[in-house]
Write a protein that binds this ligand. Structure first.
Ligand code: GLU
Length: 388
């Protein structure tokens, strides 16, 4: 069958593909240790599920406004105003089918053919693909361990051309776990304003921070950067609601209206009763978020301790999200070879760094139970020893 040319521009999502493969092997009874998708192993907190069940029982089963339930848009605007210092009203918010959908819709609403989007690497693998699907051109800016995997203001300035439209900024970062300091964010914001760019700040890991790391939204740093900021966020990671598919986008009203028009012809509203669960997530106690964060913190420490004892691998200490990004360059293997052989010989599933623009790395998610972490690290150790 002849497919549209745009299909050949993109590759399937490796995070989803390898996660599905690991799950299928597990279902066959194979003892797999999976560190694949960033998906908390916790169930969604009870009060959130109860609110969605109640909404279902009350008949919240019909079409709703394409931009989302008014009460949820209000609750999101309220969260962004009070927690993040972002002066949004409900009209600045659209509820989407997850963070991925937010970003995809944004690219469709913003980009004309050939428009450039600056993406610091290592990046979450779907960013460049979404840009391409929308007809834009991803401009990758490479960072590495020497700059703490952070883009510098100088690099950003150098990447700007007359076609640049948008910077994709993600802190805490997937896949590196890096959290930019307020001063670093301020310095990048100055370049965004100076070069008259837009910035989309993907804040999906906002609540998953460790030690002294602090989350500051780039849009809160002054009126000029606020006017150029779009926030992409969602409920999946912080509230363990991955399968619910609820995210949101916040930005200028005209942009949100444009995204609403696109959504009105594509997905319409997000599942109506599920949105009531999201309202409960925002309005209820935040203790569940904190207790999951504490569990991630323990798992991070356990995983790092084991990893640091494995000769031949190096990895920086992540300050946020739930990933470790491991430098495998001393093994001489590509990230695909490393992950394939690790899965084949030790039944440990990891994501090759090539998916994130760093072929000399692999990513492990520690949003999984401690037993799998202990067992998996033993197997990884055995595997790496076999390479030297
Ligand atoms: N964002 C998560 C990850 O990077 C989920 C999978 C995906 O959508 O890529 O693992």
């Amino acid at each position: 069958m002849k497919l549209a040319a745009r299909v050949s521009l993109v590759t399937p999502s490796l995070t989803l593909e390898i996660t599905a493969k690991a799950k299928a092997l597990k279902a066959k009874g194979i003892d797999i240790c999976s560190f694949t998708a960033g998906e908390p192993d916790f169930d969604t907190p009870e009060h959130i599920k109860a609110a969605a069940k109640k909404a279902l029982d009350e008949g919240k089963t019909k079409y709703g406004p394409a931009a989302g339930e008014p009460k949820l848009r209000e609750a999101i605007a309220n969260k962004l105003r009070t927690e993040n210092g972002l002066d949004y009203q409900a009209a600045n918010i659209i509820v989407t089918n997850g963070g991925k959908h937010s970003l995809f819709n944004l690219m469709l609403a913003l980009l004309d053919p050939g428009d450039e989007v600056i993406i610091p690497a290592p990046y979450w693998l779907s960013y460049p693909e979404m840009v391409k699907l929308a007809g834009g051109h991803p401009v990758i800016v490479q960072t590495d361990a020497s700059s703490g995997y952070k883009i510098t203001p100088k690099q950003l300035r150098q990447a700007v051309t007359p076609r640049s439209r948008l910077l994709v900024f993600n802190s805490p970062s997937n896949p590196t776990g890096v959290v930019y300091s307020p001063a670093e964010i301020q310095a990048l914001a100055e370049v965004v304003v100076e070069k008259d760019l837009l910035v989309v700040s993907d804040e999906i890991y906002e609540k998953i921070l460790y030690g002294k790391a602090q989350h500051v939204s780039i849009g809160s740093l002054g009126p000029e950067i606020f006017a150029r900021t779009i926030i992409s966020h969602g409920f999946a990671k912080g509230y363990s609601m991955t399968g619910w598919r609820i995210g949101y986008l916040a930005g200028a009203k005209e942009l949100i209206q444009a995204v609403t028009t696109i959504q009105g012809h594509s997905t319409s509203n997000v599942c109506t009763f599920a949105q009531y669960g999201a309202i409960a997530a925002l309005e209820g106690s935040q203790d569940c978020v904190e207790s999951m964060r504490q569990a991630f913190a323990q798992r991070r420490d356990a995983m790092l301790e084991r990893l640091n004892a494995i000769g031949g691998l190096t990895c920086a200490r992540p300050d946020g999200a739930f990933y470790v990004f491991i430098d495998i360059s001393k093994t001489g293997l590509t990230s695909l070879e490393f992950c394939d052989r690790l899965l084949e010989t030790q039944q440990v599933a990891a994501i090759p760094g090539i998916a994130f623009g760093a072929d000399d790395h692999i990513r492990l998610s520690y949003a999984t139970d401690m037993e799998s972490i202990n067992k998996g690290m033993e197997r990884l150790d055995r595997f790496v020893r076999s390479l030297f």
